[in-house]
Design a protein around this ligand. Structure first.
Ligand code: HQG
Length: 179
């Protein structure tokens, strides 16, 4: 993606995950908004995006952050606004990973992982992906999450349409630093 597309993608994340009100729209209870409503709202906010560009950016996003279906669009995960994505609980692999920054480590090992401003704690299927996520916050460190054990104790896991594992929180006893 080129620089302009990345800017637009970030703007879409802001609207579709956190601040739909910033362009005067609201999302339906499952996080969807009509594509045409979104584009008109963006234009009125001085950030015109053509439908073609929108479709291209959604398609090109290597992380598949957004999905367009039946003329509507939503973010696949990462919301801070309350939405019900209607994801079915699924059994996770035995181990998942969480990438964070070293400066958060003490607090996390003390309190566990909490969802902070988002609806869920985000977990990755691989160390590589978790490292990339952690790097967004500083010097990355990857924690191993005993997801299988959590699941057997009755904790719920969800897999977003773009492959991000989601859960409500992770207690410290399920966390281990990777070497
Ligand atoms: C940390 C990106 C202190 C947590 C990624 C993380 C992901 C604590 C930060 C998605 C803590 C929250 C989400 C505690 C958790 N004390 N710090 N008790 N519990 N934290 O951005 O997981 O590119 O809300 O470790 O790929 O980094 O936007 O979550 O460092 O999927 O599509 O608090 O965002 O996707 O940060 O990232 P975030 P995240 P996109």
């Amino acid at each position: 993606m080129n620089k302009d597309d990345i800017q637009i993608s970030k703007f879409l994340s802001l609207i579709l995950r956190h601040r739909p009100d910033s362009v005067g729209i609201s999302l339906d209870p499952e996080g969807w908004v009509d594509v045409d409503v979104l584009l008109v709202a963006c234009m009125k906010a001085g950030r015109s995006i053509s439908k073609k560009d929108l479709e291209r950016i959604v398609e090109a996003s290597e992380k598949k952050r957004f999905v367009i279906r039946d003329g509507r669009i939503r973010a696949n995960q990462g919301h801070s606004v309350e939405v019900d994505l209607k994801l079915e609980p699924v059994e996770p692999p035995d181990v998942l990973y969480h990438g964070t920054a070293t400066r958060f480590l003490d607090a996390i090992l003390r309190e566990g992982l909490t969802s902070q401003s988002r609806q869920h704690v985000h977990l990755s299927a691989t160390v590589d992906t978790a490292t990339i996520v952690g790097r967004r916050h500083g010097k990355p460190v990857v924690l191993e999450v005993a997801a299988g054990e959590m699941f057997r104790e009755g904790k719920f896991f969800f897999l977003s349409e773009n492959g991000v594992w989601l859960t409500e929180s992770v207690e410290p006893r399920f966390l281990r630093e990777t070497s």
